[in-house]
Design a protein around this ligand. Structure first.
Ligand SMILES: [Fe+2]
Ligand SMILES: [Fe+2]
Length: 255
């Protein structure tokens, strides 16, 4: 099935069913309180103030009833379908890489490069995304995903990469990359996989066509050949990033 690409007219009983499920979820949350993680509210609140704990009520210590249930052994496709935001930017980037004749590794890297933005944490999104997928992909793919975040801020005339106008719009003319970003860039320039990460930024640049229709099915084979899906499901295989996938499954679990 495609992801959000098809428009289906919803029959009335589906709406009623959705209302019923929503009411059920609300009732379940009457019983169990969500205490938001510090990271979710830090900035909106001063983290030093602490998070107020409710008295006399149970905390949610399982799946969030407001979110769709995940399968026992979730796959990457399940996360795209049930936990991630709209993936069109990723699908378009991957398609662009494929059309440009890039290696399959690069196509996969493009498909996954912003999964942290659409499903986890925005700040340092390349680093978080790389960590999520590292146990399941070629080391070159993980490295490239990590570094695309850095390379986006630095033009490379030889490779045909300009500083994106979008970043001027987002961050202003006067934005200067902080020193850790400059240092990461210097390290990346000397790395043997530099061009792999650079290719993500080259395919990233033009990937925001709101009218393009691309489906996840188009990349099922690329994922099948290049993403080692654990039998136990993402989150349950004891890998170094399993906890991160579990947090995405149940982001409001108390502990
Ligand atoms: Fe990115
Ligand atoms: Fe991107």
């Amino acid at each position: 099935m495609g992801l959000g690409d098809e428009k289906v007219e919803r029959p009335v009983d589906v709406v009623a069913e959705a209302d019923r499920l929503e009411a059920e979820a609300a009732a379940a949350l009457e019983e169990q309180v969500v205490v938001k993680s510090v990271l979710y509210v830090s900035g909106d609140r001063d983290p030093r103030a602490g998070v107020p704990m409710p008295r006399g009520r149970r905390l949610l210590q399982g799946d969030d009833p407001r979110l769709p249930a995940m399968p026992e052994a979730p796959t990457l496709a399940d996360f795209f379908a049930l936990r991630f935001g709209p993936p069109s930017h990723l699908l378009q980037s991957a398609r662009r890489a494929e059309k440009a004749g890039c290696d399959e590794k690069v196509v996969l890297a493009c498909l996954l490069h912003d999964i942290a933005v659409i499903g986890f944490i925005r700040a340092d999104h390349g680093f978080w995304a790389a960590q999520l997928v590292e146990p399941y992909v070629d080391p070159e793919v993980a490295w490239a995903i990590r570094m695309h975040q850095v390379l986006r801020f630095f033009p490379d005339d030889e490779a045909g990469y300009e500083y994106p106008q979008m970043y001027v719009d987002f961050f202003g003319e006067d934005f200067e990359p902080p020193r850790w970003l400059v240092a990461e860039h210097e390290r990346a320039r000397k790395h043997r996989w530099y061009m792999t990460a650079r290719q993500i930024t080259l395919n990233d640049e033009y990937s925001f066509d709101p009218n393009a229709v691309v489906s996840m099915d188009e990349f099922a084979d690329v994922i099948g050949r290049n993403f080692r899906q654990p039998r136990e499901g993402l989150g349950f295989d004891g890998s170094p990033s399993a906890h991160m996938w579990r947090t995405i499954i149940a982001p409001t679990r108390s502990l």
